[in-house]
Write a protein that binds this ligand. Structure first.
Ligand code: NAD
Ligand code: TYD
Length: 345
């Protein structure tokens, strides 16, 4: 199979590419990524010499580019991660979320339909369902979409477009909706990496509101395993919830990180709450379990320990992000050619 992975230089995308190369070395992967602030070619450094991996620098909103990548690489399946992904940024500036998450998905869908791509896996999120009260049952795939942040609304719009292609054109798309991921290569604007790095530097840990908001946490490689099941065994047209079956309050996550690092709770700072902050997410994953055999394997405590260890062992990775050094070098050296073929630079 020839796979196009959009957003393959981001957090989940790069973990997915690595997972695929390990588990399906017979497949070829083309990564299409615009290298926004969240995209980092260093996330694929260990795969530089891999002849089964190609990188194309480009924007999913660029119609002619997407069409040529699909055609020139004889793409059989698309796995679409590319997105703006941070809720706080969507509150500060929603336009780029509309552009990338909605227009970009529309563009990719149309090019993929025209190119007769055999499978299209759209990576969505639990946030499209809205939020839950403390005693509400978890979200199922039948829960109506009720997004509450610009990020969630843009992802929900994209989901609707994907399902419209399924119903109107019989397009073989699938949707995964997963809960909060954590693990190696996560950009340090999200809760877990931000807290780990701040604690490592003895900097304050900003907890929004009273820290009682609840998220369901999944180790990123469990998510990747679930995506592989959906990609290869899922029913076209279907939506699959994925999650870690692991609800925790934010404050408990922060305490767990401090404990692993042996740092004091006095580093915690309760700060102003996020506007419209969703209180709780939880996922009903019975469909993925019964149809596909999906099972999240990594317990949170173990996953957190591994993640903390990764950030301790990879200080150069996040220090380059802190200084901004990780940005721009690729564009400066290769960007003029727009689409660059070949193994990862
Ligand atoms: P991320 O922000 O770490 O990475 C996004 C990637 O997309 C980056 O490499 C970026 O350069 C690329 N990108 C952005 N705009 C682009 C464009 N216009 N054209 C091409 N590439 C572009 O995101 P992530 O956390 O890895 O999330 C990946 C996907 O998974 C997103 O669609 C997100 O909505 C979804 N998701 C994330 C989580 C989570 O907890 N992080 C949970 C569920 C679903
Ligand atoms: P985040 O990692 O941004 O993911 P999402 O908003 O998509 O769930 O945030 C996870 C939770 O942590 C969310 O309830 C907001 C909270 N949070 C903080 O308390 N402090 C922070 O600095 C950040 C980034 C998040």
């Amino acid at each position: 199979m020839n796979l196009l992975v959009t957003g393959g230089c981001g957090f989940i995308g790069s973990n997915f590419v690595r997972w695929q190369r390990q588990h399906h070395p017979e497949d070829r992967i083309v990564v299409l990524d615009a290298l926004t602030y969240a995209g980092n070619l260093h996330n694929l450094d260990d795969l530089q010499a891999d002849p089964g991996l190609y990188f194309v620098y480009g924007d999913v909103c660029n119609g002619p580019l997407v069409e040529s990548v699909l055609r020139d690489h004889a793409i059989d399946a698309v796995v679409h991660f590319a997105a703006e992904s941070h809720v706080d940024r969507s509150i500060w500036g929603p336009s780029v979320f509309v552009q990338t998450n909605i227009v970009g998905t529309a563009n990719l869908l149309e090019a993929s339909r025209t190119a007769k791509v055999e499978r299209f896996l759209h990576i969505s999120t639990d946030e499209v369902y809205g939020d839950l009260g403390p005693d509400d049952p978890p979200f199922s795939e039948e829960t109506p979409l009720r997004p509450r942040s610009p990020y969630a609304a843009s992802k929900a719009a994209a989901d609707h477009l994907v399902l419209a292609y399924v119903h109107t054109y019989g397009f073989p798309a699938l949707i995964s909706r997963c809960s909060n991921n954590y693990g190696p290569y996560q950009f340090p604007e999200k809760l877990i990496p931000l807290m780990i790095i701040s604690a490592l530097q003895d900097q304050p840990l900003p907890v929004y509101g009273d820290g009682s908001h609840v998220r369901d946490w999944i180790y990123v490689l469990d998510h990747c395993a679930g995506l592989d099941l959906i990609l290869r065994r899922g029913r076209p047209g279907q939506v699959y919830n994925l999650g870690g079956m692991c609800e925790r309050r934010n404050i408990d996550i922060v305490h767990a990180i401090l404990e692993i690092l042996g740092k004091p709770a006095s580093l915690i700072r309760f700060v102003a709450d996020r506007p419209g902050h969703d209180r709780r997410y939880a996922m009903d994953i019975r469909r993925a379990r019964t149809e596909l055999g999906f099972e999240p394997c990594c317990p949170l405590e173990e996953g957190l320990r591994q993640t903390v260890r990764w950030f301790i062992d990879n200080q150069a990775w996040w220090q380059q992000i802190q200084t901004g050094e990780y940005r721009g070098w690729y564009q400066r050296n290769y960007g003029a050619r727009l689409a660059v073929e070949g193994a990862v630079a």
